[in-house]
Design a binder for this molecule. Structure first.
Ligand SMILES: Nc1ncnc2c1ncn2[C@@H]1O[C@H](COP(=O)(O)OP(=O)(O)O)[C@@H](O)[C@H]1O
Ligand SMILES: [Mg+2]
Length: 268
């Protein structure tokens, strides 16, 4: 069965989408079959991977979730992308209506697992990566309920992202009481600027803070890199836009670290 990793942090602009897209791309380039589930109604991951805008209406996460029981599947809503081995389930703004309509129903936590349980097409994937919105709502709850791992991107210089993190860590704890396989894969520091002393000091401070709490921080930090934005403007991951850019090298190295941890866990 595929390993499922959710990118999460209740704050926006921390690098969830960038991290999802680039890990997916790097995994795909190494020959893994990857499914990206865009669980953010803003559809940013969809924008990076799917240039054919009209497909967003024909196939979507919400379409699978809204179908009558037994008729909706994630795998049949997955679209091929221009990245080798990467498929994406698109999202759109209708997802917000779905989230509202399932409030206080089992689907607010269990919609994904209900739809995924009988989806044989998902067995074709090695990894499923889920990009989530910057809140703690039905999409985030659903994603964590089906995940093997949570990965938390935190910008190296963003105090506000750190301040609110206790809420997300509490959520992981609560979900773990219902989804025992969920583990915190670790924290990845993003937007790291080694030229600024304050970033270097803050990186060390954050690493010590999490290590003392037994939370893994990846050795690879993602450097601040304008090629990431430039790539997005052309609907490309930074790896596709410029394979020798700092961001591309860092995301490839991070992906190697992730694969090593996942392999080690499943050998145990
Ligand atoms: N390492 C980085 N260097 C420079 N810009 C980055 C980096 N990571 C992300 N960005 C930019 O920061 C913005 C927010 O990133 P994004 O991945 O969309 O965050 P989120 O999904 O958490 O809201 C985007 O404009 C993105 O291109
Ligand atoms: Mg995003």
């Amino acid at each position: 069965m595929p390993k499922i990793i959710t990118m999460g942090n209740q704050k926006g602009g921390v690098g969830k989408t960038t991290t999802t897209a680039n890990i997916a791309d790097a995994l795909g380039r190494c020959g893994n079959r990857v499914l990206v589930i865009d669980a953010d109604p803003q559809g940013n991951c969809t924008s990076v991977f799917l240039r054919e805008i009209h497909l967003r209406e024909r196939f979507s996460l919400v379409k699978a979730l809204e179908a009558p029981p037994g008729k909706g599947f994630f795998s049949t809503n997955a679209c091929r992308t221009h990245s080798d081995n990467v498929d994406v389930i698109p999202n759109n703004i209708r997802c917000m209506l779905w989230e509202r309509s399932v409030a206080s129903t089992p689907d607010s936590f269990l919609g994904f697992s209900r739809v995924m349980r009988k989806d044989k097409g998902l067995r074709n994937y090695d990894y499923i990566l889920i990009d989530t919105p910057p809140n703690i709502g039905a999409m985030v709850n659903n994603a964590l309920m089906v995940s093997d791992y949570a990965l938390i991107p935190i910008p190296t210089g963003d105090q506000f992202a750190l301040d609110g993190l206790a809420i997300y860590l509490n959520l992981l704890q609560n979900i773990r009481s219902q989804n025992e396989k969920l583990r915190l894969l670790g924290v990845v520091l993003t937007k790291f600027d080694s030229r600024e002393e304050i970033y270097v000091k803050n990186r060390q401070k954050i690493m010590t803070f999490f290590s003392r709490r037994g939370i893994h921080v990846f050795n690879t930090s993602i450097r601040l890199d304008t090629d990431i934005d430039k790539g997005h403007m052309k609907r490309k991951t930074v790896i596709e836009f410029n394979a020798s850019a700092a961001g591309a090298l860092d995301y490839s190295a991070l992906t190697e670290e992730i694969v090593t941890i996942v392999r080690r866990t499943y050998k145990e």
